[in-house]
Ligand binder design. Structure first.
Ligand SMILES: [Mg+2]
Ligand SMILES: [Zn+2]
Length: 189
């Protein structure tokens, strides 16, 4: 919320600290994938905010995480930046659109981490754990085993699981994002 007003924040280049979760938050950080998780998956790269089809129930689900005191961090591979199918200014516009769509329903992201690299050229393209590690470096108060990750692909979940997080797949054939959030926030019996 505080860091996402700048292009650098929207491009995932902010390295400033992420403030601690609420003391009674059930999870320190909930990591969310973007395409297929918050917005409908479509072929090719999303290059315009108008093409970012935010799933109707996604903002309310993010707001529930906000209200529960969890920090919410977006982790997204955007290889189009490396292949020049997506420009930085387009990604800024798309992420601003996402932030606005969430804000319209009282929801927000606390940080965005982006892998802008080509395949096999970095340590952060999911399923590598770099994006998660970058966020955790900004949140030294957060313990991975008190974090969770929701995504529509196994490649979202593998790195999170490797770090000891709770994970849940969402999307077609799996729980919807609101269902996954409800199950995360359900108090243990
Ligand atoms: Mg996805
Ligand atoms: Zn990368």
């Amino acid at each position: 919320m505080l860091t996402l007003r700048t292009a650098e924040g929207l491009l995932g280049r902010d390295t400033s600290p992420i403030p601690p979760a609420a003391p009674d938050a059930p999870f320190h950080i909930v990591f969310l994938d973007r395409d297929g998780t918050l917005n409908r998956h479509r072929p090719g790269y999303v290059t315009r905010a108008a093409d970012l089809d935010v799933l109707p129930d996604a903002p309310a689900a993010v707001r529930q995480l906000n209200d529960a005191g969890c920090r919410v961090v977006l982790v997204t591979n955007q290889r189009g930046l490396a292949t020049h199918d997506l420009t930085e200014s387009q990604l800024v516009e798309v992420h601003q659109g996402l932030v606005d769509a969430l804000a319209a329903e009282g929801a927000h992201l606390d940080a965005i981490q982006v892998c802008p690299h080509g395949k096999g050229t970095c340590l952060c393209r999911k399923p590598l754990p770099g994006l998660f590690e970058q966020a955790l470096a900004r949140a030294p108060w957060a313990r991975p085993e008190r974090c969770a990750t929701l995504g529509d692909q196994a490649t979202d979940l593998e790195p999170a699981q490797g770090l000891g997080m709770r994970v849940q797949q969402v999307g077609e054939g799996f729980a919807s994002l609101p269902e996954a959030v409800r199950s995360l926030l359900r108090p243990p019996i």
